[in-house]
Design a protein around this ligand. Structure first.
Ligand code: ADP
Length: 546
């Protein structure tokens, strides 16, 4: 043993587990009176949020909930959801924020799989929760959230209401969790675009580091005013639930994504930052000009969760908002890469600028590696912008693994890389560009067709509001591209012939869709288009073939 390794061990004076829970303690200490949460008439300072979080932890602990237990929540983006991100892990438990659009059967499946000890539920979601609890067939502590901002239907179903529950907790109680930074902090089920939901386990260390990544890579200012357009159940709001505390910022809550309300809040609260899937951004770009009036300050938007069509990025520039692109998965705590902008991009023509910004980008500062590799041999592909491989990441911001699923965990980490299942290329400047999910790529007559490239072309057609392309089995070609299109209201409807001609001008012949369908596209709660449903539809519906 060399001198540097002997007698120089870790102890409480020189080592503490990394955790994002420290962020809210610090915000409360340094900025006790600074606004932390805004929700309609309800406003809380950082001291109040800290005390409410501690009360929650204390009340849960009094019910015997602690280290290694799961607390599930079915909550919208309300103050309680912010508090749960601190209070639940503080008592040693793991926060399982469920997707609010799940059906009762899936909720029951998750409660069972996660062995939830408690469920905190918003009154709006109580009917689904009640049905799920019936299916579950066992007792657990149910706490109702009755948000004064919500006036719709839904009965309380729990044994105790959230405010009464908090009143029973002691804000002065101290906790010593996490004991290890590798302890679980959150359990997030994949949204199921690729099959049965898997329980992705986050540790305190990763949550802390990805929150810091967000602050660093997006240059979040101190006291950022952050609007919750992104569901907090999605990767803990891409870890922004913790990042906003680190910046002692303001969480501007939002129960529902509606353009009018979003612009009102941006104006009234002087929102500086928000995130969302491309659909959220398109909604804002397409909103009438009067809604956008009176916004004179700079607004920064981050887009991710699905590939943003270049057209959305161009639309944003026109609106005067600054848009940054991020990419990741539930397994990477949300954003694993950010498309960092370079000063000289500003001088490029708009279409080229949009192309550069639509790339998924570079690994975040605290992630170790990002690579595009052959999924079988793990051989790295050349950085030539054309050789496809599977996008892989490794390092500090990758999940602990899948809960109670060692096979899936081992497969995901094969060869010491996390396999994202996304296919992409490495461009010469080290930026990654995703071309498809491995199962979404279309192979027609031996040619690989990227559905994302094809969708980008369709999105540029003035009548196209949204487009998704999937493979359709074909006797002659093996597969042919089939395009599903949501039309923009108020624009002349193009015929199949016109769209085909439009694609022919812009794409190689083999990549032109042979099949078009028009209508609303099926989406997940986070705005992702459910391609598997489109493939189902292809099987069961007759459509127009060209
Ligand atoms: P699920 O896998 O159940 O859809 P995730 O939210 O983990 O749930 O989805 C991650 C996937 O979303 C990625 O593997 C990728 O296919 C897609 N994705 C996320 N962000 C982007 C992006 N910026 N560009 C392209 N695809 C993205």
């Amino acid at each position: 043993m060399n001198a540097y390794d002997s007698g120089l061990g870790k102890n409480a004076a020189n080592y503490a587990p990394l955790t994002p829970l420290d962020f809210y303690e610090r915000a409360a200490r340094v900025y006790p009176d600074h606004p932390a949460v805004v929700h309609g008439a309800r406003r809380f300072t950082w001291k109040q949020v800290r005390d409410r979080g501690h009360r929650l932890a204390s009340a849960l602990a009094a019910r015997g909930i602690g280290h290694g237990d799961t607390v599930s929540v079915l909550l919208l983006n309300t103050p309680e959801m912010v508090e749960a991100h601190f209070g639940v892990p503080l008592c040693g438990a793991v926060l399982n924020a469920m997707n609010t659009r799940l059906d009762a059967r899936t909720v029951a499946y998750i409660l069972e799989h996660a062995q939830a000890r408690a469920l905190i539920v918003d009154r709006e979601l109580a009917p689904v929760a009640a049905e799920a609890l019936k299916m579950l067939g066992r007792e657990l502590l149910v706490i109702d959230v009755d948000d004064p901002e919500y006036t719709g239907a839904g009965e309380r179903i729990g044994e105790v209401e959230y405010e009464a529950f908090l009143a029973g907790g002691d804000p002065a109680q101290s906790f010593d969790f996490p004991r290890d930074e590798w302890d679980a902090i959150a359990l997030n089920y994949t949204s199921g675009t690729t099959g049965r939901p898997k329980g992705v386990v986050y540790h305190h260390r990763g949550a802390c580091l990805n929150a810091l990544n967000n602050s660093l890579l997006w240059d979040l200012p101190r006291h950022v005013v952050y609007l919750w357009t992104l569901p907090m159940f999605h990767c803990n709001g891409w870890c922004f639930a913790w990042a906003v505390a680190e910046r002692a910022g303001v969480n501007v809550c939002l129960r529902r994504v509606e353009a009018q309300k979003i612009f009102e809040l941006i104006r009234a609260e002087q929102v500086t930052h928000y995130c969302g899937a491309p659909i959220v951004h398109s909604l804002l770009v397409d909103a009438p000009a009067e809604m956008k009036r009176g916004i004179d300050h700079k607004v920064y938007a981050a887009v991710g969760g699905a590939a943003p069509p270049q057209a959305v990025i161009e639309g944003f520039e026109a609106m005067g908002f600054d848009i940054t692109h991020a990419y990741g998965l539930t397994e990477t705590y949300g954003p694993a890469t950010w498309c960092i902008k370079h000063a000289d991009w500003a001088e490029k023509p708009p279409a080229e600028r949009a192309r550069l910004n639509a790339r998924q980008g570079l690994p975040s500062v605290l992630e170790k590696g990002l690579s595009v590799r052959d999924p079988e041999t793990l051989q790295e592909v050349p950085a030539d912008g054309t050789t496809m491989g599977e996008v892989m990441v490794r390092g500090n911001v990758t999940m602990k693994g899948y809960l109670k699923n060692p096979e899936a965990t081992a497969a995901a980490f094969r060869g010491g890389w996390f396999h994202t299942g996304d296919l992409g290329v490495m461009e010469p400047d080290g930026y990654v560009k995703i071309k498809d999910r491995s199962k979404d790529v279309i192979i027609s007559g031996g040619e690989n067709i990227s559905s994302l490239d094809l969708e980008d072309v369709l999105y540029r057609h003035p009548a196209v509001l949204a487009a998704a392309v999937v493979a359709k089995p074909d006797d002659k070609w093996g597969e042919v591209p089939a395009a599903f299109i949501e039309l923009r209201p108020g624009v002349p409807v193009p015929g199949v012939k016109e769209l085909t001609a439009y694609c022919r001008e812009r794409l190689p012949r083999f990549a032109v869709p042979r099949h078009f369908e028009f209508g609303a596209l099926p989406r997940t709660a986070t705005g992702k288009i459910q391609k598997f449903e489109l493939r189902q539809r292809l099987k069961s519906q007759s459509a127009i073939d060209v």
